[in-house]
Design a protein. Structure first.
Length: 100
């Protein structure tokens, strides 16, 4: 009988999640429950012209010198998602300086 290493299974799951996030064409952020950035994909970094070191581990609303502190987005993330867990087709219009 072979013993399975639960840590190896977690590592495989983490690796798979990273591949999925990075393969997504649209800009994507992965947030923890406190709204800190766990990861972002290449498309996010390219679109918003930011580096991982200035993104990962930071609160979403602090990114880009506060340009992500958008009232409508904040309401959805802090008020609606904790109650409903999912939101579909939510769109926020916002002008990000320096982005084409």
């Amino acid at each position: 009988m072979t013993k399975r290493n639960p840590f190896a299974a977690i590592a495989r799951g983490h690796d798979l999640a990273e591949v999925i996030v990075d393969a997504t064409r649209e800009p994507l952020l992965v947030l923890d429950p406190n709204l800190r950035v766990i990861a972002a994909n290449r498309s996010f970094y390219r679109t918003f012209a930011v580096a991982p070191r200035k993104t990962e581990g930071r609160l979403l609303f602090e990114l880009g010198d506060g340009q992500w502190n958008i009232p409508g987005l904040r309401k959805v993330l802090e008020d609606i998602i904790p109650k409903r867990r999912t939101v579909e087709d939510f769109e926020v219009e916002h002008e990000f300086g320096g982005i084409k």
